[in-house]
Design a protein around this ligand. Structure first.
Ligand code: XMP
Length: 538
């Protein structure tokens, strides 16, 4: 890759990834690396002349508690450096200033006064005070603060409780802010980061997904050569985009394996086949394993046990298919690569975990360890991309918008949306009820935002409750099953609010489900937030 780049050193803040996303949104390529890389590593990284600037992230720790410092080389390369929160404090400490703990922790919204006309903040303003000061609305989260500037620095911003909330050494182009420009609560945060990477660092804004296709295709061709690749297609966004990209690069050398466990959404299996085998003309092996899965799940009610059974069988079925392909392949040689839809957040998380910097919680893995078990090399063409970029790439590759912008769907599928024992009869009812809910969410447009309720929610689905309730239909009494509708809004899936769907929409969905899905006579709406509830019911 021949992109100019920004290096983000991660000191372990929960929001470091957001810095990278904001930089990428400015169409500038950047990478996140743990802060404990060595000075030699940094010099090496900069050796090709493409490194245009460095950003030091925040941390969940205090400069007193930990001895994490930026490698000295960062300040010797001659490129601009931006310190954020802890990044500011370590910059101050390392360059001869002073940081002190504070009794009052500043957390949340703050108004910061910009001083003078620093290269970073000049012209970036949210409002003026009656005295004519330039003010910024920002988000703060810190206990310690810089109390003495390092030589060469001037105050760039302040608040009453934090007199040095920003500092700048214009000559060396070192800037630092105590607040977090990467979070959306800092109103002009995006502008500030763009100012840094585009104007101060002078980085070329050449990171565009449309153009990235060519680059990615060339890279895949070079890596794979004449060999063959197997990819596990799940219908999810990442594996779909990976498949489309690899297919664009090597066509017939790719074989996709699509394991249908019988717990997918209504018609999903056919849609995946139609898209990949049909429209893209890719080689897809559809393994209909629903009998196997449903058979093994019979009588099992414990959610974790169900997850284990589904995950285990999935790996077994996929391995068996992959082994066949490895032996025979399309051509004479057999497959040698396993492709996975790993994306950049996974890469950063495992990198961070190794250096114990990021305190991240990752509970769901797909097919970890498979390449080693199968003796296959790994192909991960999306490992540099964030989810938003994967989606953009998918659209640029010609995948339908609806497929690329769909809600996440758990690996165990409807297996964790049928409470207790999974029965084929339940799965059929649930598929139909869920399809109605999703259809109505897609077709109901919120007049204020102009967006569909599907796009306004982060995840929405129907849950099957294996209890019967009494109802009346026509002249007769019914005694049928109950479903719950679940719709949540969230940005990180760690916390979530239940979505305030319009009553008219809920009314239409419930009316349709009860009338169209014989066997369900009651629909409820789940009004629990996470925490303490989880998004899925199991
Ligand atoms: P919870 O229910 O933990 O869900 O609030 C958070 C997100 O994770 C998804 N999820 C799963 N994804 N395998 C997966 O691949 C699983 O076993 C699983 N359980 C939950 C859930 O759909 C939501 O997006």
């Amino acid at each position: 890759m021949n992109h100019q780049k920004i290096l983000i050193l991660d000191f372990g803040s929960q929001v470091t990834q957001l810095i990278a996303r904001r930089v990428r949104e400015a169409h500038v390529y950047c990478e996140v690396h743990p802060c404990d890389v060595t000075s030699d590593w940094v010099r090496d990284y900069a050796a090709d002349g493409q490194l245009k600037g460095v950003i030091l992230s925040g941390s969940h720790a205090s400069v007193y508690e930990v001895d994490d410092r930026a490698p000295d080389a960062v300040f010797e390369l001659g490129v601009p450096v931006l310190g954020i929160c802890y990044g500011m404090q370590t910059m101050a400490t390392q360059l001869g200033g002073k940081v002190e703990g504070s009794h009052t922790r500043e957390f949340g919204y703050a108004e910061v006064r910009a001083h003078g006309q620093s290269g970073l903040l000049d012209g970036i303003v949210d409002f003026h005070t009656p005295e004519g000061d330039n003010m910024l609305k920002v988000w703060m989260s810190h206990g310690d603060k810089v109390t003495a500037l390092p030589p060469g620095f001037e105050v760039m911003a302040s608040t009453p409780s934090c007199p040095i909330a920003g500092m700048a050494d214009e000559a060396r182009k070192f800037y630092a802010v105590q607040f977090h420009p990467e979070v959306t609560h800092t109103v002009k945060g995006r502008e500030l980061l763009e100012r840094f990477v585009l104007d101060i660092c002078g980085t070329r804004a050449d990171w565009v997904m449309r153009d990235h296709i060519e680059e990615a295709v060339a890279k895949i061709r070079e890596q794979v050569g004449e060999e063959e690749v197997i990819l596990g297609l799940s219908g999810g966004v990442d594996s779909s985009v990976a498949a489309a990209l690899i297919h664009r690069a090597i066509g017939e050398q790719l074989t996709c394996v699509f394991v249908d466990h019988g717990l997918l959404r209504l018609n999903e299996g056919d849609m995946v086949m139609d898209m990949f085998a049909g429209k893209l003309n890719a080689k897809v092996i559809r393994v209909d394993a629903s009998e196997l899965f449903l058979g093994q799940l019979a009588g099992v009610t414990d959610p974790e046990k169900k997850r284990k059974i589904i995950g285990g069988l999935f790996v077994d079925v996929f391995k068996a298919e992959a082994a066949k392909l490895k032996a025979a392949g399309n051509g004479a040689k057999g497959a040698t690569f396993l492709a996975q839809g790993t994306i950049y957040p996974d890469v950063i998380e495992s990198g961070g975990a190794k250096s114990k910097k990021a305190v991240t919680i990752k509970s769901h893995h797909n097919v970890g360890g498979l390449p080693e078990q199968l003796g296959l090399k790994l192909l991960e063409p999306l490992r540099d991309l964030f989810k938003d970029e994967v989606r953009e790439l998918g659209v640029a590759l010609g995948l339908p918008h609806d497929m690329v912008y769909r809600h996440p769907f758990p690996g165990p599928g409807l297996g964790v949306r049928i409470l207790g024992e999974v029965k084929p009869e339940y799965a059929k009812l649930l598929q139909r009820a869920d399809a109605i809910f999703i259809e109505e969410l897609r077709s109901t447009i919120d007049p204020v935002s102009g967006k569909s309720w599907y796009d306004l929610t982060s995840q929405a689905f129907t849950v099957f409750l294996p209890v019967k309730s009494v109802g009346v239909m026509g002249d007769g009494r019914t005694y049928d099953y109950v479903v719950a509708l679940r719709a949540v809004c969230t940005s990180d899936f760690m916390t979530a609010d239940w979505a305030e769907l319009p009553y008219s929409l809920l009314k239409r969905v419930s009316g349709r489900i009860i009338n169209e899905v014989r066997g369900i006579n009651r629909v409820t709406y789940d009004v629990s937030s996470k925490p303490p509830a989880t998004i899925e019911w199991e």
